[in-house]
Design a protein around this ligand. Sequence first.
Ligand SMILES: [Zn+2]
Length: 433
Amino acid sequence: MKKIVYAILVLLCTVVFSCHEDEVQDQKSDAVPEDIISKIQRAGFDTSEGLSKYRDGYLIEYDILLTEEQIDELIEENENSKNARTQHYRTTNLVTASPARTIHVYMDAAFDSYMQNSFITALANYNSLNLSLTFLSVSSAAAADISIYAFYEVSSTLGISAGFPTAGNPANPIYLNTYYYNSSTSRPDAPTVIAHEIGHAIGFRHTDYMNRTFSCNRPNDPNNNEGSAGVGAVHIPGTPTTPSAESWMLACSSNTYRPFTTSDVTALRAVYPHASVPVRTIRSAVFSNVYMRMDGSNVTAAVGQGSGLVNCAYGANLYERFNFYPQVDGTYAIESVQFPNVFLRMDGTGLTAPSDIGGGTANCQYGSFAQERFYIVKLSDGTYTINSKTYPNIYLRMDGSTVTGPLDNGGGVVNCQYNAFAQERFYISPDLF
Ligand SMILES: [Zn+2]
């Protein structure tokens, strides 16, 4: 039996195991009584590996720390769940998120700026999906729903989550090992490991919990295909039944940065869907029957400069329909209805004065981050302006002067303007407020 806890790239595996395996095994694994192992199995976990006595509980599947009371609760709550052997899993314990809820998260000030930035990235990646959970960083553990603490241990443990949600609240706290995450390491997997432990805290199990060979690279381990009874493992509809190599909830880390895959997005949105919002259109106030059009057909990953096409259409059909998601900072994120998780992006770099032809860029982004957040103001004539949060004086502009009839791929220009004039005014239907 081998000991890793949300672990380890292939090379590091070899190194850590060769140095510490025996020692760690002696310290940890034999300390789990048989009756506890039986309980853990009844609660639906794989005990063939990654199990040890740890602190005031038991470390399960490498990085999930559960007390005996929590194990008992999971047995009770999960005993009616069905077995499932497919890709994305959640527990039956979730965070209460209806209506939408803000989860406050604290990152131990002992971590350096690289880790603080990784923390911000992890939260931003969750928030980019406009889930019913919004993650907000706070500066004290007292104000936090989830606190992320540093600990130091010479072991193969990267991070530990305190189990799964209880009573509708996220599990708390999370621990990250400064043996791996310190000022001289800057490990690329830091944002993913933080997102992974938060994933447990809000109720997600390991994507590959039935077969850890998938991420942990142990093809010859006879235990790799052994699974638990699957109690409490609920397959998430819409996620694939074949393994996904890049999921953020794989049990082992490859020490790479892995933003959410499309299947991860499906899983997160299935479990924590945003409250439904009305489908809306954005119509020019000055060009008759001209609507904003968004083609996100090739937009499948977040890239710095955005991608896809935002232009004008004559009339409103599938590409001219949008969801407006309110954000905790008072802004909105504007998502294509036709292309889920594709958002309007504006880049006003270099535009420092009004221009007859506008400037900057309006296009698409996969997910909504800083450049995809907008202040929307309603004017006295019933029109709206759409103002970039990142670029304070920059507004969405639409020139539909050449769009006088239907076009296959749209036409005209949608870009940015410095300040708002006629072409920067829109009717949003139905009214946003
Ligand atoms: Zn894990």
